[in-house]
Design a protein around this ligand. Structure first.
Ligand SMILES: Nc1nc2c(c(=O)[nH]1)N[C@H]1C(S)=C(S)[C@@H](COP(=O)(O)O)O[C@H]1N2
Ligand SMILES: [Mo]
Length: 251
C-alpha cells in the first residue's frame, strides 16, 4: 500500500472515531510500535507525504554558515571513559556497532571515513528556539549499515552516548531504518572544516537533518540496530522522549 493510500485509510479511521482504539490495538500486538499509540503517528505520515522519505533537507552555501555554532545540552561529558579518550585526542576511539547486524564490530574514525564521505551545509533547529547553520562532514550512516549488513527484523537504530544525565542515565536517541538510510543522515566527524569541537559532540555525532536538534545525538559511543526500543531507558526511544518530547521530531 502506498503512503498516500495508508494515510487516507487512517483518516477514515479517525473520522469514524476508531482511530485511537485501532492504533492502541496495533501497538499492543506489535512490540516497539509505541509511535502508533498517538497522533504522532499521524504527524509522521503527514510529514512523509508532504516530504517523502527521500526528500532532502535544505542545504545552504558557505556564506550562510553561522559565525558561531552554539553548543547546547552536554558540552563536556564527565564520564571517566570519555575523559580518558579525550586526553589522548580520541586516537583510541572506536564506534561500537551491535544488535541486529550480520557483522558487529568496532570502527575507528578512519575506518568510517573509508566507507564514504558527505559534506552538507544545513540548519540546526533546537526546540529551545535557536537555530544555527553549519557545515558537517561525515560518513553516511547508510554506508555503515550496508557494510555491516542489517538483519530483516531491524526497525530502528539506537545511538548510545558517552554523556550521562543522572546516574547511569546516558543520553541516547533513535531513528527508524528509513531515516537511518537517508543520504543526509551522517555520522559526522567535522564541523566547518575542522574536527568536531568537544562542545559539539567530538569525536562523532549524528546528523539527521529533517528532525529537531535533540535527535542529533552527540558523543556517540555505539550504535545498536533493534526491532524495538521498549526495553531501552524508559522505553520511549530517547533521553528527551523519556522526558516528554516526541519521538518523531520532524521540522
Ligand atoms: N549526547 C548528547 N547529544 C545531544 C545533546 C546532549 O545533551 N547530549 N543535546 C541535544 C540538543 S537538545 C541539541 S539542540 C543538540 C545541540 O548540538 P550542539 O551542541 O552542536 O549545538 O545536540 C543534541 N544532542
Ligand atoms: Mo535542542
Amino acid at each position: 500500500m502506498t503512503d498516500r493510500r495508508r494515510f487516507l485509510r487512517d483518516l477514515g479511521l479517525a473520522a469514524s472515531g476508531a482511530f485511537l482504539a485501532g492504533c492502541n490495538r496495533i501497538s499492543q500486538s506489535e512490540s516497539g510500535a509505541r509511535v502508533l499509540e498517538s497522533a504522532e503517528w499521524l504527524t509522521q505520515r503527514v510529514q512523509r507525504i508532504v516530504s517523502p522519505s527521500t526528500a532532502l533537507a535544505r542545504e545552504f552555501t558557505e556564506a550562510d554558515i553561522s559565525p558561531v555554532f552554539r553548543p547546547n545540552g552536554t558540552t563536556m561529558p564527565q564520564t571517566a571513559l570519555y575523559q580518558s579518550l579525550m586526553k589522548n585526542q580520541f586516537r583510541d576511539y572506536r564506534l561500537g556497532v551491535e544488535g541486529l547486524v550480520d557483522r558487529p564490530g568496532e570502527f575507528s574514525i578512519d575506518q568510517l571515513r573509508a566507507l564514504g564521505e558527505r559534506t552538507q551545509i544545513t540548519r540546526h533547529d533546537c526546540v529551545e528556539g535557536w537555530s544555527a547553520i553549519g557545515k558537517w562532514q561525515g560518513t553516511p550512516l547508510g554506508a555503515l549499515l550496508a557494510h555491516v549488513g542489517v538483519k530483516e527484523s531491524a526497525r530502528y537504530v539506537m545511538f548510545h552516548c558517552f554523556d550521562e544525565w543522572g546516574e547511569d542515565t546516558p543520553y541516547y536517541e533513535s531513528i527508524d531504518i528509513t531515516e537511518a538510510r537517508h543520504p543526509q543522515t551522517l555520522l559526522a566527524h567535522s564541523l566547518n572544516g575542522a574536527p568536531l569541537p568537544v562542545a559539539n559532540g567530538a569525536p562523532l555525532r549524528l546528523r539527521v537533518e529533517r528532525q529537531l536538534g535533540y535527535k542529533h545525538a552527540k558523543y556517540l559511543r555505539s550504535i545498536e540496530v533493534v526491532s524495538s526500543f521498549e526495553d531501552i531507558g524508559d522505553g520511549k526511544g530517547g533521553y528527551w522522549e523519556d522526558n516528554g518530547y516526541e519521538w518523531y521530531a520532524g521540522i
